[in-house]
Design a protein around this ligand. Structure first.
Ligand code: FE2
Length: 208
């Protein structure tokens, strides 16, 4: 990433964080929203730690492309956990510092669990949080949570694709891209901007 893009990214993220900080002054402290955010944040911290182990296991078992997918999943989990931590602080809460210390199962099982977790987040966790944020007219939270919901919806497809074509995913060759704003991980990138939040492709993190 060149200097001008780095600067633009810093400005974009600072503006996003500034919006969250501005909301902090007006936060109503919805207990149900805060409880949900804390739980979601903990899940993302656990995913960060678990997917790191899953990537190592996939590499050990010879699934190079799956290993790259899990490394991209780690990057995505970090984006989502940072966003959730900001929302928790806005609600007057304190996000946890560390996740669990998991061990990885087989790559096939790890992918199945990842698909199940991402489905739960897309269909239940984020929709419930969005509802709570809408109830308090918290537009910043609604946007951040909607971004995350759209991202994990795409991740379900990636995990299932890997499961359906596991032997083919032994061979590396595709580059994954992770958006620093909404956290979507894509295999390859055919558009110049993020399909969810329109962040320019040049600002994405590349993972091979
Ligand atoms: Fe994005």
């Amino acid at each position: 990433m060149d200097c001008s893009r780095r600067q633009a990214l810093r400005i974009g993220l600072a503006a996003f964080a500034g919006g969250l900080a501005a909301r902090a002054n007006a936060a109503s402290g919805n207990p149900e929203l805060l409880t949900g955010l804390l739980k979601a944040h903990e899940q993302k911290l656990d995913e960060d730690a678990r997917y790191t182990q899953c990537a190592l296991k996939a590499a050990e078992e010879g699934y190079a492309q799956v290993a790259a997918l899990f490394r991209a999943s780690v990057a995505s989990a970090k984006v989502h956990s940072r966003s959730l931590a900001s929302l928790i602080k806005e609600q007057g809460g304190t996000p946890k510092a560390d996740g669990a210390k998991p061990t990885a199962a087989s790559t096939k099982d790890n992918l199945a669990v990842a698909a199940k977790d991402a489905s739960y987040e897309a269909e239940t966790m984020y929709p419930n949080l969005i509802k709570e944020a809408q109830a308090e007219n918290n537009g910043i939270a609604v946007r951040a949570l909607s971004y995350a919901k759209a991202a994990v919806t795409e991740h379900v497809k990636l995990y299932n694709s890997a499961l359906d074509h596991l032997e083919e995913w032994k061979v590396a060759g595709k580059t994954f891209y992770v958006c620093p704003v909404c956290g979507i991980a894509t295999m390859g990138m055919s558009t110049e901007v993020c399909p969810i939040c329109h962040t320019p492709k040049g600002m994405f993190t590349k993972i091979v």
